[in-house]
Design a protein around this ligand. Structure first.
Ligand SMILES: [Zn+2]
Length: 124
């Protein structure tokens, strides 16, 4: 039986999705802590600039994260979108299937091990 995109079982996808959401929540939880800290400053202006505050707080929050956390957050968002589109589990570079072993360790990874190594050797 040929392997193609979308061949992953729904049950497996659900497990990856659960892992991604949980890991993502760990980072996003920092956002609520971050917002609580700035609550005193926030309450006066919150009502007038509610819409703007949302995006500026998000921006501030992203700046408060380390580069690694920010990258991870974006990669997890992208992985969750791939799950919704039924593209999860395929390398974004060569389109081949990413090994289960790799996905289990790094469910947010967009690349297979080969492309990852290639990308790393090119940037260093
Ligand atoms: Zn690849």
């Amino acid at each position: 039986m040929p392997n193609k995109a979308g061949s992953m079982k729904k049950k497996e996808l659900a497990v990856y999705k659960k892992t991604l959401v949980a890991r993502r929540n760990e980072i996003v939880r920092k956002l609520s802590e971050f917002r609580n800290e700035s609550k005193e400053v926030e309450t006066d202006i919150a009502q007038d600039v509610a819409d703007k505050a949302e995006s500026s707080y998000t921006k501030e929050f992203l700046l408060s994260l380390s580069d690694a956390e920010r990258d991870l957050l974006f990669q997890m968002d992208a992985a969750l979108r791939r799950i919704d589109r039924g593209e999860f589990g395929n390398c974004q570079m060569c389109q081949k299937e990413i090994s289960k072993k790799r996905l289990n360790a790094l469910p947010w990874t967009p690349f297979c091990i080969g492309c990852q190594e290639k990308a790393e050797s090119e940037t260093t």
